[in-house]
Design a protein around this ligand. Structure first.
Ligand SMILES: Cc1cc2nc3c(=O)[nH]c(=O)nc-3n(C[C@H](O)[C@H](O)[C@H](O)COP(=O)(O)OP(=O)(O)OC[C@H]3O[C@@H](n4cnc5c(N)ncnc54)[C@H](O)[C@@H]3O)c2cc1C
Length: 530
């Protein structure tokens, strides 16, 4: 996808400019008269979406400041370091790296100047409860051989599924992914594409129409879980993830996903954009229907011409914008929304290397449809689970001390509406996961654990300020997507904008990077402020 650089203040079109491009207090975008300081933009939150928005706005000439509640940037991509282990808290599977490349290009650099991306092969192993496994890769021949190993009769259906996923990628990702869906007209314009994709079908239904083998149905439909979607309910448009992975690969950022966060923070620093940590926003101040700045937890008030929230949109409207300023996103409407699942994540380090375990592995339990229904529909915490097991030291030994392994095991669980008392339940749940891993892929695990920590849905609520402790914000249902999702330009408050997982197009690193592109299209030009 070519990048039109003409609208940005970049090294190449900023003749004679200092390599540190205009931003920071009092800086001016190129072309503005000397008397006018650049208009100010505050970005609340430093997740991938917030950092990408800050880069884009800064390149557009805004004087940007990022405010982050936590003590370090990254949001869900926060990094825990303990006992010599590096634990990426969240995203580990990096797809569509060109979206990151674009941000570096805007700043006159290449991604490879700062971060080494390593292509994964295979992408991941999917292990079934009976011990059989499917190695999922980007190699067309090997994928066909894997499909045939499970059910040769499904090969023609597999080809049809790939063709349909490609169509969804073209329409859903390339054409609609970074469109802001700001007006009902945007929705109407998208209807023909949605119709061609038959977007009302769930991905599971779509996969079942092509494949008969129950295991292959799981392999080809589980992807939406990576972004908080229930394969039984999310639109088949999300089959585009399958194409994203095949076309652009699955990558690992050497040093961990935190290296990408640091890379983005570095780009901002070069542009003079501050990322201020330990700065929780308590209120977005609004005067005569227009955002005027933010009130911090320490009581200080920072003024801004626009405010961009990378915090969870439900939390932003519910807790940061006073109700009298919200006609659209009322408390009732927020409560009525359907929120994604949450996660239980157990991070652990071992004093031994488990060489047979690949970097990315799905360790599936006995149930698929039943488990998904319990998590998403009944909000019930069950005794069985399916796990994503992450072993970064398979690719990147420096993520642990020599001879050691770093892991996390992630279990999709219901959000806080399940009523689970997580502080009381967490240890028992962690024990059950350890037992299961020991019995399947990590024999003798418990005697080798030397470091660990846990994240529960309660932490998503308390620490990341996610409504109902949902790990991926609003559930990506058709009627909560595109125009129906909170808009990038607030429906309620002028000068307030949204970026990140709970706005269009949705969660996942590619999704939130696209949301920053969509945001950029609706933020007014800096010249309109001077
Ligand atoms: C365990 C896990 C694994 C995942 N794995 C993958 C993966 O492999 N690949 C993938 O593509 N995606 C993955 N995802 C999804 C992906 O990580 C997220 O969708 C994405 O990173 C969210 O980015 P965001 O821009 O919405 O912001 P977030 O990461 O949600 O960050 C928002 C930030 O705003 C801050 N904030 C909130 N309220 C305030 C306030 N009032 N004042 C100041 N700051 C505030 C928060 O502290 C936080 O830092 C995973 C998610 C999780 C949780």
């Amino acid at each position: 996808m070519p990048l039109n650089m003409q609208n940005y203040f970049t090294p190449s079109n900023l003749q004679g400019a200092d390599p540190v491009l205009p931003s920071g207090p009092g800086a001016r975008p190129a072309g503005l008269a000397v008397a006018h300081p650049a208009p100010k933009a505050i970005v609340i939150g430093s997740g991938f979406g917030g950092l990408a928005a800050a880069v884009r706005l800064s390149c557009k000439g805004w004087d940007v400041q990022v405010l982050e509640k936590l003590d370090a940037p990254g949001g869900r991509a926060y990094v825990w370091r303990q006992d010599g282990f590096t634990f990426d808290a969240g995203p580990t599977i990096i797809t569509a790296p060109h979206l990151l490349e674009e941000l570096w290009a805007l700043c006159g650099r290449r991604l490879s100047d700062d971060v080494v991306l390593k292509a994964m092969d295979p992408f991941y192993r999917i292990r079934f409860d009976d011990g059989s496994h499917f190695d999922y890769s980007g190699d067309a021949e090997r994928m066909r051989a894997e499909v045939a190993r499970f059910c040769a009769a499904d090969l023609p259906g597999y080809e049809r599924f790939l063709a349909e996923a490609d169509r969804c990628c073209k329409l859903g990702f390339e054409e609609l992914g970074d469109r802001p869906f700001d007006t009902i007209g945007d929705l109407i314009a998208a209807v023909p594409s949605l119709t061609r994709m038959r977007g009302w079908r769930s991905i599971y239904r779509m996969v079942c129409s092509h494949l008969k083998d129950p295991k292959l149905r799981v392999v080809m439909s589980f992807h939406p879980l990576l972004i908080g979607g229930n394969p039984l309910a999310v639109t088949c448009v999300y089959s585009l993830i399958n194409t994203l992975e095949r076309r652009w690969g699955v990558h690992w950022a050497m040093g961990g996903t935190g290296a990408l966060v640091q890379g983005l923070v570095g780009l901002l620093k070069q542009r003079g954009v501050a990322v201020r940590c330990d700065a929780e926003v308590k209120r977005i101040t609004v005067e005569q229907g227009r955002a005027t700045g933010v009130l911090l937890a320490d009581g200080s008030h920072l003024k801004a011409d626009i405010v961009v929230s990378n915090a969870d949109t439900a939390w932003t409207y519910r807790h940061l914008v006073e109700p009298q300023h919200r006609r659209h996103w009322t408390n009732r409407r927020i409560e009525k929304g359907r929120y994604s699942m949450s996660l239980f994540v157990w991070y652990f380090g071992t004093n031994k290397r488990f060489e047979d375990v690949p970097h990315h592995m799905m360790v599936l339990g006995p149930r698929y449809e039943g488990l998904l229904t319990d998590i998403f529909k009944h909000q019930r915490l069950t005794d069985d689970f399916s796990l994503y097991l992450h072993r970064p030291t398979a690719t990147d030994p420096l993520m642990a001390p020599a001879g050691h392994d770093t892991f996390y095991a992630l279990s999709p669980v219901p959000h806080l509406d399940s009523g689970t008392d997580w502080p009381a339940q967490a240890q028992a749940y962690r024990q059950a996961i350890a037992q299961r891993l020991e019995a399947t892929v990590l024999p003798g695990l418990r005697q080798h654990i030397v470091s660990e920590r846990i994240t529960t849905p309660q932490d998503f609520h308390d620490r990341l300020l996610s409504f109902k402790g949902a790990a991926f914000g609003l559930e990506p249902l058709l009627l909560q997507s595109a125009w129906f999702r909170p808009h990038n330009r607030s429906e309620d408050v002028q000068g307030l904008f949204m970026v990140g997982a709970s706005t269009h197009p949705g969660a996942g690193v590619p999704g939130v990077l696209m949301s920053a592109k969509a945001l950029e299209k609706v933020v007014p030009h800096v010249h309109s402020f001077v």
